[in-house]
Design a binder for this molecule. Sequence first.
Ligand code: AMP
Length: 576
Amino acid sequence: MTETIIGIDLGTTNSEVAVVREGQAQVLEIQTGNKLLPSVVGFSEDGTLLVGEPARNQYALYPQRTIRSVKRLMGEDSHITLGEQQYTPQEISAIILRHLKSIAEQHLGEEIHKAVITVPAYFSDAQRQATREAGTIAGLEVVRIINEPTAASLAFDSEYPDQKVALVYDLGGGTFDVSVVRMERDVVEVLASHGNNKLGGDDFDQKIIEHIEAHIKETHQLDPISSPQTMARITQAAEAAKIALSDQPYVQIEEEYLLEKDGVPVHLSLELARHDYEEMIADYVDETLRAIHTALEGARMTVSDLNEVLLVGGSTRTPVIARRLEEELRLQPRSEIDPDLCVASGAAIQAAMIAGEKVGNVLVDITPYTFGTSAMAKYKGELYPYTFVPLIKKNTPIPVTKTEVFYTIFDGQDKVEVNVYQGEDSDALNNTKIGRFMIEGLSDVPQGNPLLSTFSLDLNGILHVTSQEKNTGLENSIRIDNAISRFENEEMAEATDRVQNLFGEPDTQDDKRRENTRAQALIEKAQRLMEKASDDDREDMVDLIETINDALQADDDESLEEAIDQLSDVIFYLEA
Ligand code: AMP
């Protein structure tokens, strides 16, 4: 049996350890359900060594006996005072590495002596050497130091077997870097890197912290900064709010008994909208986009040379990041591999390759389809009621839950129809409608009444869609079984039909299919003519298209024929 070599991502905020077992990269659990080890080391009051979560938990209260972000000091000739003792950065990193080594040993039931460790592409020789030394102190032979973007590229299964150029966008807790890499088979070369090692999710948290502070000052005339306990709670609440806003459009920040004023407890209760949060961090996001162009220049390339964009680091779960990248680079960033774990997985893949093992792709459960709803929004420059709004994008790991906000369009609007579609087209009518429900009895308020639509897709392919009036909690929902496999079945049925037709077998569905094809062709034609139609005609067409789709869904031949005839008439006059 070959000796196991572990792969380690020794991160600024978190570290992970992974191995390849039976050809698959696996990141090992530090505790049940948790694969991230906070890169924090400390001593408790009685002198016990704390690594990871317990050290992180005491940081805010006992910073003098806790150290975090030691990675920033690697390669520097500095000493860290922790309690009574002084340590080098290598020694502190070695404590983290030793912890990861022992976790791997517990999982694998064997002693581990060798590791591949990742470092940022911009690390100097001195920083790499310090990382090697940390490994040695921890009792690990560092068989190779590899660049983090290299590891990430190895973890994402390549869609380009010969050669590809990828942009690895890595935004973690405290650091940001972007690298242009060229991959030829299993050989990855970092062509250029750029970034800011003082920019990351912590800065995003800081913006929310300042927002909460300002709110407390304004509503209670109190300054929380004087109490470290209060600030520790605010810091945690800010990070939790930020993470919640990655999946929902609003978050309620609640902290009871946060402060006292004249002997009376002060509770924090503050709503934050994703839109406002995105404005708070806009400058940071802009900075990262500028860095991409610097890295591309360094690699003597342009945006059009890129085949793929790979997302790495926990902060890339912030939706505005993928959105802005897609706008800027015209490529949908790949995020199917957990952005916190892909560097460790890649390190394990590299380790297995060195050990001469066969390695397969990293296995992940993802949705192969995009799911979303339709709304009145700008489509090709005009307001259009069937603009597709994707909530769960294809290649997203499942299970997943995403919420978006929508608004009523009329004063006193008392109901809304929620249509659920699967597909990739920005016109919802070109996608497959898989469900529909009404939410009725909305409050009698002016237009702009917010409704929250939540899409949850589980591992069994069951999609739950819920819509809720934000201000009252009034809701309705639908459950769509086999949201994923049903299309495979449909595709299967279509394929069977096609093959049957080739062999000339009778098809009882022939008439139906002809009618269906006619309907689809008419709808497409109507959509092409929409732009030149008057407002009234356009409204008629949209209504008729809806009736046709409903009739198709409900198998209602009579209404279908009637609506098709009417739509043909409208088109006839428009074309005349
Ligand atoms: P890393 O250094 O890659 O482990 O990334 C850690 C950073 O990712 C921290 O700032 C986290 O708060 C942030 N993070 C983790 N999950 C999310 C999320 N769902 N949305 C936004 N940021 C996140």
